[in-house]
Design a protein around this ligand. Structure first.
Ligand code: FPP
Length: 244
């Protein structure tokens, strides 16, 4: 009986089109277990894999994850290398399994500072997965929300200098098209596990009207059940977009 009720609730809830996640809490997860921070990132990468597959199974169209911020370079070389290696490994495996999984890959951020290998894998993953119809995963790599807005402003200024447009003609829609996320609808739900209550420079422009969901669960332990809790919370909210 309880199970049936739950199934019905799952079938009736609205899955947002685009969910974005700050994958926070890997370091604390590891510390609690007396492990190095890298161990937390490793389990965090597995948590991501599970969530991406689950997202596909419930028909989510876009999943954006904060994998490495412009501020994360301040961490120890050892930790930065460990995260980069995990990303490389993940992308290599994803490219090999691509036809089976049919997940689309996309990247937000300045990839030029990443290793040539990682840049090449990102390029291949993006190019080869273009044709798929499953969930699109946007990896934010060397990404910062403010840096993204500045980059968009620079691109617009350059277009004006080149005589392609005039400052007074700039609209929000046009500005959105200058972001890394051009063509991707804004996230409706932003989830932050790990207990911190901040946005940390994540999708500043795109999340103007997003619903936020915070949980103390640390990212390595975040699973489909937690994602469903966030979606249930989203379903209970009344979105007014500034109206009444
Ligand atoms: C934040 O937790 C997490 C990161 C800065 C890195 C996230 C990277 C991964 C989950 C691995 C990437 C791989 C794939 C395949 C997506 P934190 O280290 O700030 O945790 P803390 O707040 O507990 O210290």
């Amino acid at each position: 009986m309880f199970f049936k009720k739950k199934q019905k609730a799952l079938a009736e809830r609205k899955v947002p089109t685009h969910i974005a996640i700050v994958m926070d809490g890997n370091g604390r997860w590891a510390r609690k277990r007396g492990l190095p921070r890298q161990a937390g990132h490793k389990v965090g990468a597995e948590a991501f894999r599970t969530i991406a597959n689950y997202a596909k199974s419930i028909g989510l169209k876009y999943l954006t994850v904060y994998a490495f911020s412009t501020e994360n370079w301040k961490r120890s070389e050892e930790e930065v290398n460990a995260i980069m290696e995990l990303l490389e490994k993940y992308l290599r495996e994803a490219i090999a399994d691509m036809d089976k999984n049919r997940v689309k890959f996309y990247f937000f951020g300045d990839l030029s500072r990443l290793s040539p290998e990682l840049q090449e894998e990102a390029r291949i993953a993006m190019e080869r997965s273009k044709q798929y119809e499953g969930v699109q995963v946007n990896f934010c790599l060397n990404y910062g929300g403010r840096a993204e807005v500045v980059r968009a402003a620079q691109r617009f200024a350059q277009d004006c200098l080149d005589g392609k447009c005039r400052p007074e003609d700039l609209t929000e829609t046009h500005f959105s098209e200058l972001m890394y996320s051009a063509g991707v609808p804004d996230p409706e739900l932003v989830i932050r596990p790990g207990g911190e209550l901040r946005t940390s420079n994540f999708l500043l422009w795109q999340s103007a009207y997003a619903e936020y969901y915070f949980t103390d669960v640390l990212w390595p332990q975040f699973g489909p059940k937690d994602l469903e809790k966030a979606i249930a919370s989203f379903n209970e909210r009344k979105r007014r977009f500034g109206g009444v």
